[in-house]
Design a protein around this ligand. Structure first.
Ligand code: MLT
Length: 270
């Protein structure tokens, strides 16, 4: 792992490969190890960097009671600065997709392409917000073991291997309880970002597992409809964790998205 200092907070990232910079942002309540296969498969075409968002993985613990998507997006921009890259290919899964959409709103000119994997542009409904409040209480009272069981069952498709399930469990159990609670609050507060998508003229690729019940194909289609230059890839034999459940199909999809940026993308005015 590499570490960079972000105004006194140590943020960790793993890096593999050479070429234009691609930044990978993990989901909730996970860490950069969910991208291990993608880094290996794509190291020949990109300088692949997977961040541990603040509070997660090997990054510093934080005291903030809310981990806002915008704060994470600013950290991603700071990481790109640290690595000397003006423009990046940004890849985000689920909560990482919420961060990527916040980045697209704050720094559209810094995107070469945007890959939204098993995620949504919609805000939380009141029912989802109430569910997050209950999850925050449950994880604080019962600990991470129960959360790991719930998340592994909810997020993986029926074809997921025991090894993938084991990795999920390790990631969830390795995430600090206060990070889980602060991330739930941050996700609750995020706005819908279909308008952000509609203003992007860079290549946008939406990728979703055919068995994803957390962010189903219908939500992926809504994002494709919103963005002017968007493609949809439905990944076979995968639930919500497509990069781990069907790594080759996801790597192929990312290569196709990146290949569309033969020209330098730009932002539509207004
Ligand atoms: C994730 O995988 O990051 C979560 O399912 C996102 C969410 O809870 O909305």
């Amino acid at each position: 792992m590499e570490i960079f200092d972000r105004d006194g907070t140590a943020l960790a990232y793993r890096e593999l490969g050479t070429g234009p910079l691609a930044v990978f942002v993990h989901g909730f309540p996970l860490d950069s190890t969910m991208w291990l296969e993608q880094l290996e498969l794509l190291r020949g075409v990109r300088r692949c960097v997977a961040i541990d968002l603040r509070g997660f993985g090997a990054s510093d613990a934080v005291a903030e009671p809310v981990l806002a998507m915008e704060q994470h997006a600013e950290d991603v921009a700071a990481l790109a600065d640290h690595l000397g890259a003006d423009r990046i290919d940004l890849v985000g899964l689920s909560m990482g997709g919420y961060v990527a959409l916040a980045f697209a709103e704050l720094f559209p000119q810094r995107l070469r392409t945007l890959a939204l994997v098993d995620t949504r542009a919609a805000a939380d409904s009141e029912t989802v917000k109430a569910g997050r409040d209950m999850m925050a209480v449950r994880v604080t009272v019962q600990g991470r073991g129960q959360l790991a069981v719930e998340m592994t069952e909810a997020l993986l498709g029926p074809a997921a291997s025991l090894h993938v399930k084991a990795r999920m469990r390790t990631m969830v159990e390795g995430t600090r309880v206060e990070t889980v609670v602060a991330a739930l609050e941050g996700m609750k507060q995020r706005p819908a970002r279909f308008d952000v998508l509609s203003r992007l003229s860079i290549p946008v690729g939406v990728v979703v597992g055919e068995d994803d019940t957390a962010t189903p194909v219908s939500e992926a289609e809504q994002m494709v409809d919103a963005a002017p230059d968007a493609s949809l890839t439905i990944v076979e034999a995968a639930g919500h964790m497509t990069p781990m459940e069907n790594p080759t199909a996801v790597a192929d999809a990312l290569e196709r998205i990146w290949a569309r940026a033969g020209h330098e993308g730009s932002v539509v005015d207004g």
